[in-house]
Design a protein around this ligand. Structure first.
Ligand code: S3P
Length: 173
């Protein structure tokens, strides 16, 4: 039984694309926490925020963290807010290794320039909010993660860097 690999990082840092690439290379099961919650609730994250508010979403995220921490060998892409909370760090790091995908703010801004899906960014002062959140969040991500990977590269390259750094087993060809 291997530890879960939990990808952490800002919105747009590539947690989902890298996670899928990593799952493919290692043959492990992939879970996107946002999609896991959306399936359980049968609603989009955007609708959950709009109908029930952020605190309610954070409780769902914590429930998902606990459920996923009971499993093993998963590649999990966490939400951008998941690893800001001690209760989620505690649950997910019990059975997993937290890996931070480190991407610069300017790159994140470029990647999210047309985003319509993330509730925290649907506002006219989106660039200012992103800068503020980034400044507050980055040190927290760094404190939560056991490993930090430079992630301003193609997703498969980032996935291979994670495999090398953590010495993960790859799927036989
Ligand atoms: C959030 C990030 C989102 C999603 C929700 C809140 C955040 O996930 O969980 O919109 O607080 O940063 P992604 O990082 O996958 O966009």
């Amino acid at each position: 039984m291997g530890k879960n690999i939990v990808l952490c990082g800002f919105m747009g840092s590539g947690k989902s694309t890298v996670g899928k690439a990593l799952a493919k290379l290692t043959g492990r099961e992939y879970v996107d926490m946002d999609i896991y919650i959306e399936k359980q609730q049968n609603k989009t994250i955007k609708d959950i925020f709009a109908e029930s508010g952020e605190d309610y979403f954070r409780d769902l995220e914590h429930k998902a963290s606990i459920e996923l921490s009971k499993k093993s060998d998963l590649i999990i892409s966490a939400g951008g807010g998941t690893l800001l909370y001690k209760r989620n760090i505690a649950a997910l790091s019990e059975t997993g290794i937290i890996v931070l995908l480190d991407v610069s703010l300017s790159n994140i801004r470029y990647r999210l320039r047309n985003d319509k899906k993330r509730p925290l960014l649907q506002r006219p002062d989106k660039n200012k909010v992103m800068a503020e959140l980034y400044k507050i969040r980055l040190p927290k991500y760094k404190a939560a993660a056991q490993v930090t990977i430079k992630a301003q590269k193609p997703p498969v390259k980032v996935a291979k860097d994670i495999i090398k750094t953590l010495d993960l087993e790859c799927k036989k060809k």
